[in-house]
Each structure stands twice: as C-alpha cells, then as structure tokens.
Design a protein around this ligand. Structure first.
Ligand code: NAD
Length: 373
C-alpha cells in the first residue's frame, strides 16, 4: 500500500511517499520499495548514517544492513543511541552532528531514522539542522511511530523545561513502514500507539472508529492484516490533515484531541510512569465528557469512546492530582491564554469542533468528574 503526502508549499516540492507493508526491511529486494526510494531522489551510492536505538539495533541491525546492500548502498554507518525519552536531548543531538561531520556527509547524502518516535524525532531534527538540512527517511518501528510521529514532519528534542521545546518542521523524503517489525514490540507499547489510532477515528472518521470497535482485539493480538489496515488508514488521515495545514495554523490541531489534559498528565508525572498514548487516552475520555457537558455530543458518543479505550486496555481514570494542579499544568501549554484554552471537542463520532473554554469552567468540571470510567 502506498500513500503520498503532498505538501502544497510555494517554494519546495516537499511531497513524499509512505510505503506500508510487511517485509519491507526484512523481506529482501522488492520493486515497490526500490520505486519509492528512487522517486525520493536518494543517493544510495552516497554516504548514509543510520540512527537507531540499542534495542532496535539488537533486533533489526543486521536486517537493515542487508536491506541497504540489497538496494545498492555500501557506504553506511550505524549510530546506536540509548533507548528512552532522555535520548531526545541536546547532548545526543550534538553526538549525531559530530558523527555526521566525522563521516563527512554532504547535502546529497542522507540519514535513516530507524526506531520509535524518540529516534525519529531526534534523527529528523539532526537532518534538519546539519548543513542547513540534508535528506532523511523514516523507518518507524513502533505502532506510535508508524501511525503518528513518522508522518507529518515534526522533529525535535526536549528541553529540561519541557518536552519538544526545540525543533523544526522538516519533512522526510520517504517513510517505510514495515508492519512485520511490530511483532517484537511489547504489548504495552502496542496499546500505547493504539490510542493515537483511536483518536483518528474518534474525531475524523466514524467508519474507521466502528472498525476499531469490532477489530481492536485482532489488532492488539498482532494480527498483521489488521495492523496493516489501521496503519494505512491512520497515515491516510494524517496525510490529509498535514497536506491541508503543515505547520498547525488551524486544522492540524484537531490531532491534539485528548492532548490538553493528556499533556498535563504527562507533565505532572514528569514524563515517567505513564506513556503518551495512555495519557491521551484519559484526555480523550475527558474531552468527550466535556463535550457532553456543554451539550455538543450525546452520552452515547462519550460511551463509545470510553468503551473502546477501556476495552483496549488503556486507562480512563484521571490520575490523583488535584484539579488545581491540572489547571496549572495546562496553563504551561504554549497555546493557551491566561483565562482560556482551545479544546478539541467531539460533536459525534468522526466529527470535531474547536472551542475556547474558560479554565474556571474546566476546574469546576474536574472537581465533579474525577472518575470517568
Ligand atoms: N513527531 C511527532 O509528530 C510525534 C508524534 C507523537 C509522538 N512523538 C514523540 O514520539 C516519542 C514516543 O515514541 P514511541 O512511543 O515510539 O517511544 P520510543 O521511541 O521510546 O520507543 C519505545 C520503546 O520501544 C522500543 N522499540 C522500538 N521499536 C521496537 C520493536 N520493533 N520491537 C521491540 N522494541 C522496540 C524502543 O527501543 C523503546 O525502548 C516521544 O518522544 C514523543 O514526543 C512525536
């Protein structure tokens, strides 16, 4: 399955292909992959830096070396970074820059980001900043990276004062999603990525949401057909949104459904204990309940969102911080004013609405609704 993200930019042609299949990396030479690499204009005879993490290198390092040789590349180096969010730092960014300089990569050379969202974000940002931008491709290996972080061009690192504070919009030249790589991903990581999949259905595609309601167990038992389908649909939806609004001037913020409270939860946990998908799962239930409170959607809509999240094994209850702590954490968000926050709400399954809500109102609602399950 091939999807193309065409970005309507005045100066550059920033469009790129997303190839989704099983065996892209580990299944030997394939004409379709060769076509995507060739239409991306990548110089496989030049130098390549593969950036990956320890776990992924252990599992797929050899497969990626064979993959590169199969497509005619022989001048590549593999840089292995530690696993975990703390890798998205200035220190490791600088280490990648050092390696690029040492290896003398030029503008016509490229980086491969092989890993989850952490690797995709930092390697993409290294590509954006080295020589004012060299080519890179995304080879995501977690469900979250397959359906979300590898598509859309948000790259960056964290700052001690907050997540993703330093970064750039910088699009890859191609995204190669090998669904077969998910078989080694642990169940909690798979479920974590599934939260973002639910998000697409909940606010943008009612038919897809209905599929998830009946098919979630298949997906979460690593069924390759079901995984391929949900990845295709999620990338298709994200590609459409990014095509309309690459730099989040409007429509793209619909993808923040569940993220207002979700980010606050992650902040209060100091980005430990809870995973991003788990936090936004709680945030989606909260946003749906808020939508019902202001008369935007029915109880049935809230129930369907809550049930799918719960059935998937994702959390729905708001963790035990005080409502005031949540409000203060939400106020740290760059996109809020002193009194109000722009929320993505749900009108019906597959339909969203943006609304500015007063913090006082949210505080009252949090006080009434600590338990949403
Ligand atoms: N750029 C964006 O648009 C965007 C969107 C959402 C999230 N993100 C970012 O993504 C990051 C989270 O990404 P993530 O959830 O993929 O976490 P992650 O990159 O930390 O990966 C999770 C764990 O899974 C391991 N792993 C990866 N692939 C594996 C495989 N195939 N088999 C076994 N283990 C494997 C990794 O080594 C790691 O330990 C966050 O930093 C977040 O800010 C970015």
């Amino acid at each position: 399955m091939k999807i193309r993200v065409d970005l309507n930019l005045a100066v550059n042609d920033n469009g790129y292909g997303i190839l989704i299949d099983s065996g892209i990396i580990s299944g030997g030479y394939n004409k379709e992959t060769a076509a995507v690499l060739s239409s991306a204009g990548l110089n496989l005879k030049g130098k390549i830096l593969v950036v990956t993490s320890k776990t992924v290198e252990g599992l797929y390092g050899n497969a990626v070396s064979s993959f590169l040789k199969n497509y005619g590349a022989d001048d590549f180096d593999v840089m292995v970074l530690p696993d975990g969010e703390s890798t998205k730092s200035l220190k490791y960014l600088s280490d990648i820059h050092d390696r690029l300089v040492e290896n003398r990569l030029e503008r016509s050379d490229f980086i491969i980001a092989l890993g989850g969202g952490v690797i995709g974000d930092i390697a993409g940002f290294a590509a954006a900043t080295y020589l004012r931008g060299i080519n890179f491709i995304q080879v995501p290996t977690t469900l979250l990276a397959d359906v979300d972080s590898s598509v859309g061009g948000k790259t960056g690192i964290d700052h001690p004062e907050g997540k993703n504070l330093i970064g750039a919009f910088y699009q890859p030249k191609a995204v190669l999603i090998d669904v077969g790589l998910l078989k080694t991903l642990d169940k909690r990581e798979l479920t974590n990525g599934f939260a973002e999949v639910i998000k697409y259905g909940a606010v943008l595609d009612a038919g897809f949401f209905a599929y998830l309601e009946s098919g979630y167990a298949k997906v979460l038992s690593y069924d390759e057909g079901a995984l391929t389908y949900i990845i295709e649909r999620s990338c298709g939806i994200k590609a459409e949104v990014v095509r309309e609004d690459e730099k989040e001037a409007g429509l793209r913020s619909v993808l923040n459904f569940g993220h207002s409270l979700g980010h606050a939860i992650e902040t209060l946990y100091n980005y430990e204990i809870i995973k991003h998908g788990e936090a936004i799962a709680i945030g989606m239930v909260f946003a749906a309940a808020l939508s019902k409170k202001i008369g935007l959607c029915s109880e049935e809509t809230v129930k369907r969102i809550r049930n799918l999240i719960k059935n998937s094994g994702l959390p729905t209850d708001i963790p035990d911080f005080t409502p005031e702590q949540y409000i203060n954490a939400m106020k740290l968000d760059k996109k809020v004013s002193e009194k109000q926050i722009k929320f993505v709400l749900v009108k019906d399954i597959g339909k969203y609405e943006f609304k500015k809500l007063d913090f006082d109102f949210i505080l009252g609602f949090l006080n009434e609704n600590r338990k949403l399950a």
